[in-house]
Design a protein around this ligand. Structure first.
Ligand SMILES: Cc1cc2nc3c(=O)[nH]c(=O)nc-3n(C[C@H](O)[C@H](O)[C@H](O)COP(=O)(O)O)c2cc1C
Length: 151
């Protein structure tokens, strides 16, 4: 299985999550300005809410993806009030025909004095565990195709 980690961040929270995910997978986390050159089975895409939406840069990045190079997208991120950006990201991924993994990672993110210190050490551990469990699942699905129907 091959992985890539890309993130969008305004205040550093998603970068920290991305680095925890990437370390677990044995790859580097890069900002969206680094294109996906090699074929990857799973692209872990870190993004968060800003004014009730994902940033236009995240939408542009997804629009630039080649479905022949990216097998699936795994969503992760944080927000201060809202829950996951999953639906917003999926709407963009659908346009380019790249499937989303239904499991995702989301936690609280510090914003203007709310949720101080989040993502914290526990959040980073959980983000790493999320990456570990997806990579273990898809590695076993690739040797046991009968599991392949599970997203
Ligand atoms: C300009 C701005 C707008 C935000 N708008 C929202 C919002 O509408 N809803 C929400 O739940 N969180 C909102 N947040 C909080 C971020 O989603 C949260 O702080 C997140 O952890 C930021 O990740 P980052 O540090 O990687 O940019 C906003 C943060 C910023 C900086």
């Amino acid at each position: 299985m091959t992985y890539a980690v890309r993130y969008y961040t305004k205040t550093g929270n998603t970068k920290r999550l991305a680095e925890a995910v990437a370390k677990e997978l044995g790859v580097e986390a890069y900002p969206l300005s680094t294109p996906i050159e090699e074929k990857v089975d799973i692209l872990f895409l870190g993004n968060s809410y800003y004014a009730f939406n994902i940033d236009p840069e995240v939408k542009d990045f997804i629009a630039s993806l080649d479905k022949d190079k990216v097998g699936k997208i795994a969503n992760f991120g944080s927000a201060a009030m809202l829950n996951s950006t999953y639906k917003k990201v999926k709407a963009e991924a659908d346009k380019v025909g790249i499937p989303m993994i239904e499991k995702e990672f989301h936690c609280k993110g510090e914003f203007k004095g709310l949720h101080k210190g989040r993502p914290n050490e526990d959040d980073l551990k959980e983000a790493a565990a999320f990456a570990r469990s997806l990579s273990a699942f898809f590695a076993s699905a690739s040797v046991n195709p009968s599991l392949g129907f599970i997203k």
